[in-house]
Design a protein around this ligand. Structure first.
Ligand SMILES: C[S@@+](CC[C@H](N)C(=O)[O-])C[C@H]1O[C@@H](n2cnc3c(N)ncnc32)[C@H](O)[C@@H]1O
Length: 290
């Protein structure tokens, strides 16, 4: 059977790694890990490339994880019930056209425009609603406020493609079994052993740290970056193959001063003038076995 690995992410997700995959691949293409673990899954671009590069058999043992419950529930539903999910997306697309974006967003949040509690989408219908609002909101962002309510305004798409059915079936085929699609903190995955490969793609540390950022708790701040560094070193010492992405902020260079750091360049331009287009470097921190 030929397998088509050229899958597109279902959701638009900040920090998607599609453009950087060829650079990251250089560091895992010759490894033969026991299993693959991705603790900050997001849209999962690297996971799909791992299957393509290292072999489909990795799907059997791979573990993917993200702290975002709605994202993980959606991945589980794509795995277990793609047909039902497609059916519900198509039904919600009709509601979107009839009642508008904000109707779906309010039912996703379980709060109406007057801040009254209403029944919210649950179960697989909630995953379908996440897909619909993500495909139709402004810039395809995922953002919640301090109360956990999705607060991105409507985007200006004339005819948005909500669901690519063929792509969803491909994803369903390539995702790991549902028990290995997890929703935990990045350092709570119990079963990581020597010889495994772990790729960390955390929220990036900002290049320009402002005082408001440092005092903002709840984000992935300095403390979380240090907790992640300690976990990275613990796995590294255990003989796990570890690779980590982050911004090229001086703080990141400082906390990973013991490790090899490779600069990679993504497509983003820092200078709007076309004659001065520059590229922002990012860091790939490499464990001792890479
Ligand atoms: C930069 S994104 C990952 C992008 C992904 N590699 C891709 O290609 O789309 C970071 C992810 O980390 C997740 N996250 C944030 N804090 C976390 C934590 N403490 N533990 C696990 N995941 C976390 C976020 O929900 C988000 O999906």
């Amino acid at each position: 059977m030929t397998v088509d690995y050229d899958v597109k992410p279902v959701l638009k997700w900040a920090g998607g790694k599609r453009q950087l995959v060829p650079d990251i691949r250089e560091f895992y293409k010759n490894l033969s890990p026991n299993k693959y673990v991705e603790p900050f899954f997001g849209g999962g671009a690297v996971y799909f490339d791992i299957l393509n590069t290292l072999g489909l058999e990795h799907k059997e043992k791979a573990i993917i994880n993200d702290v975002n419950q709605d994202l993980i529930d959606m991945c589980k539903n794509i795995k277990s019930s793609p047909k039902e999910l497609i059916y519900l997306c198509n039904a919600l697309e009709k509601d979107y056209k009839k009642y508008d974006y904000y109707y779906i967003r309010e039912k996703f949040n379980g709060v109406d425009g007057e801040k009254n509690k209403i029944d919210r989408y649950e179960g697989i219908e909630r995953s379908a609603a996440l897909i619909v609002i993500n495909r139709t909101c402004f810039n395809g962002l995922y953002r919640v406020n301090s109360k956990g309510l999705f607060n991105v305004p409507k985007g200006s798409y004339k005819n948005p493609t909500i669901i690519d059915e063929e792509n969803l079936y491909k994803l369903s085929n390539l995702l790991p079994k549902t028990e290995n699609i997890r929703c935990q903190e990045f350092d709570e995955i119990q079963d990581i052993e020597k010889g495994d490969l772990v790729y960390f793609d955390p929220p990036y540390h900002p290049l320009n740290e402002t005082s408001s950022f440092t005092s903002y708790s709840g984000a992935f701040g300095r403390e979380e970056q240090i907790r992640l560094r300690d976990y990275f070193q613990e796995l590294n010492q255990k003989g796990v193959h570890v690779i980590l992405s982050n911004s090229s902020a001086p703080f990141i260079k400082e906390i990973y001063s013991e490790n090899r750091i490779q600069e990679v360049f993504c497509g983003r331009s820092i200078n709007s003038k076309s004659d001065k287009r520059g590229k922002i470097p990012e860091y790939l921190v490499l464990g001792d076995t890479i």
